[in-house]
Design a protein around this ligand. Structure first.
Ligand code: 13P
Length: 249
């Protein structure tokens, strides 16, 4: 059966010392045993945060990785380097990477292969911008993102992924998708996965919701049959709020 997951995407927040403190605070809380918690930190935090993780429900992730194996790529961080810190997850295709760093579906296909080749789990983000939703293209957009980046994977590799649906209009805006909107599109995503890989693979894929998910709305969002948890930005920066979200199943 698929896992319930709550992943915190710290984005470009917290210096190293603050990050270690936050990880310790999260690990010190009581976490329900029906959820996997992931801390996705900036690259330079990974190794120290890895040592600070003392709770068996808490795992470590990065927010991006290079599209190359190794070599003369100044400023880049490879999947193998991420793996060597003790991290086990990597966020790929976040809308901020797509918008500000021009990451395309094809580039993300390459990154996904490298992450999988290193035994790490991609948390693969998809989602539409406001104009796409308003013009009724949101289902097509998320299906295209899945198809173009992921549908060349074998069923075995696809089964290792976590998918995160993050409507761009809901990220950092305080405007959350309604539980009905989230369920509707998560079902479309799961059906699209089933059309390619079959019902068993689709039923076993965790699909997370992200976009202004907080301690007050997580319960209602996670109550939907096709919403298997959340990818949390702002609310992951406070241990109490984040753990309230994690304990919302
Ligand atoms: P917010 O929770 O701050 O809206 O961010 C969501 C997000 O982008 C998580 O990756």
């Amino acid at each position: 059966m698929r896992k319930n997951i709550v992943a915190g995407n710290w984005k470009m927040n917290k210096n190293l010392q603050e990050g270690v403190e936050l990880a310790k605070a999260v690990c010190g809380k009581t976490i329900a045993n029906n959820v996997t918690v992931i801390l996705c930190t900036p690259f330079i935090h990974l190794s120290e945060v890895s040592k600070a993780i003392t709770n068996k429900s808490v795992f470590l992730g990065a927010q991006n990785c290079a599209d190359k194996v190794s070599g003369a790529y100044t400023g880049e961080v490879s999947a193998e380097m991420i793996k060597s810190t003790g991290a086990t997850y990597v966020i790929l295709g976040h809308s901020e990477r797509r918008a500000y760093y021009h990451e395309t579906n094809n580039l993300l296909a390459e990154k996904t292969k490298l992450v999988l080749a290193n035994g790490l789990t991609p948390i693969f983000c998809i989602g539409e911008v406001l104009e796409e939703r308003e013009s009724g293209k949101h289902f097509e957009i998320v299906k295209k993102q899945l198809t173009e980046s992921l549908f060349e994977l074998s069923a075995d590799d696809f089964s290792k992924l976590v998918i995160a649906y993050e409507p761009v209009w809901a990220i950092g805006t305080g405007k959350t998708a309604s539980p009905e909107q989230a369920q509707e599109i998560h079902k479309v995503i799961r059906d699209h996965i089933a059309s390619k890989y079959g019902k068993t693979v689709a039923d076993n894929t965790s699909i997370l919701y992200g976009g202004s998910c907080n301690a007050a709305n997580a319960k209602q969002l996670f109550a939907n049959p096709d919403v298997d948890g959340g990818l949390i930005g702002g609310a992951s920066l406070k241990a109490d709020d984040f753990i309230t979200i994690a304990n919302s199943f």
